[in-house]
Design a protein around this ligand. Structure first.
Ligand SMILES: [Zn+2]
Ligand SMILES: [Zn+2]
Length: 244
């Protein structure tokens, strides 16, 4: 399995990084995790074949994770996509998608798609299978608006990938990433504890209990990026490819 960071930035473009979007592919699996506002140009720049993507998992409805969908769906329509596409995310995804489509491209939510678009609501700790991929969502803690907030543990082709999504520290990150081959964790701050986001120093206290085989940090603020020289962990960069 391969994961490519299409975008690993925060909502503010810190460090010039693009909004969150990961492309995961293997022998049978081909999906995105999150689709931030900059996802479509980033996918095109990396020459990732959008037609081959079967599934998009959305962690929450903040623009840096979700607002790329209208662009991606319009592009799919105009590029004559035929392959069905599933977009799965927290409760309310159908309404939220309609709202963001209408806000960005009026009447676009009413256009009849040439391809089958399936919208699926995911609920905490209810496993769902999509073809070769099994997804277990875990509830995370990320404030009052833009939720519900889900982190994902994804099993595919004998490998396990866990993504914290945006969250402050919560005990659910332990089962989420326990023993995972790859754990992508947000590290918004270096040591300062803030609401709604994780600091690296907090995360580090829990790494032994989590026991993931490999850790990669993402969604870093300027505070965290300025400390990267002192950090012994792998930090994501846009375009970086990991084989796991
Ligand atoms: Zn974010
Ligand atoms: Zn967020």
């Amino acid at each position: 399995m391969q994961l490519r960071f299409v975008g690993c930035g925060d909502a503010f473009g810190s460090g010039g990084r693009l909004n969150t979007c990961f492309h995961v592919s293997g022998r049978a699996a081909n999906f995105l995790i999150d689709c931030g506002a900059s996802a479509l140009p980033a996918l095109k720049r990396l020459e990732i074949v959008r037609e081959d993507i079967d599934l998009i998992l959305i962690t929450h409805f903040h623009g840096d994770h979700f607002a790329g969908l209208p662009f991606l769906l319009l592009d799919a329509q105009f590029s004559r996509r035929t392959r069905p596409l599933t977009v799965a995310g927290p409760q309310g995804i159908e309404t939220r998608l309609r709202e963001v489509m209408e806000a960005l491209f009026e009447h676009s939510s009413k256009t009849r798609q040439r391809f089958e678009l399936n919208l699926v609501e995911l609920a905490p700790e209810q496993r769902r299978t999509f073809g070769a991929i099994t997804v277990t969502p875990y509830p995370v803690v990320h404030g009052e608006s833009g939720g519900p907030f889900l982190a994902y543990r994804v099993e595919a082709e004998g490998r396990t990938l866990a993504y914290s999504a945006d969250t402050e520290w919560t005990e659910t990150l332990i089962p989420l990433a326990h023993g995972a081959d790859l754990f992508i964790a947000e590290a918004y701050m270096y040591e300062k504890v803030v609401k709604n986001h994780l600091s690296l120093k907090t995360l580090e206290q829990h790494l032994p209990a989590i026991g993931a085989k490999r850790l990669v940090l993402t969604h870093m603020s300027d505070d965290m990026l300025s400390r990267l020289g002192d950090v012994p962990h792998l930090a994501a960069e846009d375009g970086m490819v990991l084989v796991f």
